[in-house]
Design a protein. Structure first.
Ligand code: FES
Length: 350
């Protein structure tokens, strides 16, 4: 085992051990150390650290998150491994550690249902159940392809050793391409989790405004599912804004429409199509859903500015989707709608 020492911006120090070749972020989080991160897959840049002593192996130097690195001594903890003892310093402070600490297990990944030609619902039968909260995600790796991908759990199921994930085919991604090339086949995968702080509990006793772009809906659906099962909608009116390209690429609208009905309309859902207007015939299939044209963050802005989202209800804001959509929505909420960043929960991954 390799000794790893990390010092944060305030001078707080933590130590943990990593196996040679193990990703330092995963090793630290599994040891109960609150290493800062969001995506855990090399996209966001929030896990960057400076190598002060020793050295690390960069596992994916071209990771999109590496754009956040400013010197040759800096590295992404989620894309680094150590073969010798190493000391690192963080620009940020440690975050509260997960409870329980995430860990790795194995599982069998298989298709549940194809939703469109590029989005499908999969399940993983886990060897050991993992504990997760609505809004969290896991890292999945396997199929002989290097690296891990983050996918949100999409609904609560009775069997604790099963998790359901929404996976989008990314034409530039070898993992999802391999999955979609042979949907009938199941795969042995490694699962690390649970991760993510954009979580929700009915015990919080507050309404929520959720905004999802594309497959970012997965974690939001788990939140809806939890809210439904916990009686949230009998006490609080909440809203969902869901951005999709067009009617042809839409999915899960039956489930969302059923959630609106079960909430007795205390959940209001708006679906925004960015590429084309929604036809009256299509809209008529989902009378519980309000269809509009435009990008989802523009639609949310208009709703906020028209007073359709009253600030005095003290809502929690959830933003989920690709980093570009999350960044645009965060900017809009904070700078234009004056929402406190402390009230917005998000994880940029994808
Ligand atoms: Fe490492 Fe996002 S780049 S957590």
């Amino acid at each position: 085992m390799i000794a790893v020492k990390v010092v944060d911006r305030q001078g707080q120090c933590a130590t943990f051990s990593a196996e040679s070749g193990q990703r330092l972020l995963q090793a630290g989080l599994a040891s109960g150390v609150g290493l800062p991160h969001e995506c855990a897959t090399g996209t966001c840049g929030s896990c960057k650290a400076t190598v002060v002593k020793g050295d690390v192996r960069r596992l994916w130097p071209e990771a999109p998150g590496a754009k956040a690195l400013r010197s040759a001594n800096e590295t992404l903890l989620c894309q680094s491994a150590a073969d010798v003892p190493v000391e690192l310093s963080l620009r940020a402070n440690f975050i509260p550690p997960y409870e329980p600490a995430p860990r790795e297990t194995k599982g069998e990944l298989s298709l549940v249902r194809e939703l469109t030609s590029e989005v499908a619902l999969f399940s993983i039968a886990l060897r050991d159940p993992i504990v997760w909260q609505p809004g969290q995600f896991v890292l999945v790796s396997g199929l002989g392809i290097e690296g891990a991908r983050g996918y949100s759990m999409t609904r609560e199921v009775a069997d604790p050793s099963r998790i359901d994930l929404l996976i989008r085919k990314d034409p530039s991604g070898r993992f999802s391409t391999a999955l979609f090339d042979d949907l009938g086949r199941s795969h042995e995968v490694a699962v690390f989790g649970s991760l993510g702080r954009a979580t929700f509990s009915c015990d919080e006793g507050r309404p929520f405004i959720a905004m999802a772009g594309g497959s970012g809906i997965a974690g939001i659906l788990a939140i809806l599912n939890h809210a439904m099962n916990g009686g949230h909608f009998s006490k609080h009116q909440s809203k969902l804004f869901f951005g999709l390209r067009d009617a042809a690429s839409s999915y899960l609208l039956d489930e969302i429409s059923a959630a609106v009905a079960a909430s007795q309309n205390n959940l209001a859902v708006t679906v925004a199509f960015s590429n084309e207007a929604c036809s009256p015939e299509f809209a008529a299939r989902y009378p519980n859903i309000n269809f509009v044209d435009g990008f989802v963050h523009d639609v949310v802005r208009a709703a906020m500015q028209s007073g359709a989202v009253p600030a005095d209800t003290n809502p929690i804001f959830f933003v989920a989707g690709p980093p570009v959509m999350v960044n645009a929505t965060m900017r809009m909420l904070v700078t234009e709608c004056k929402v406190s960043p402390a009230e917005i929960r998000y994880d940029r991954f994808g």
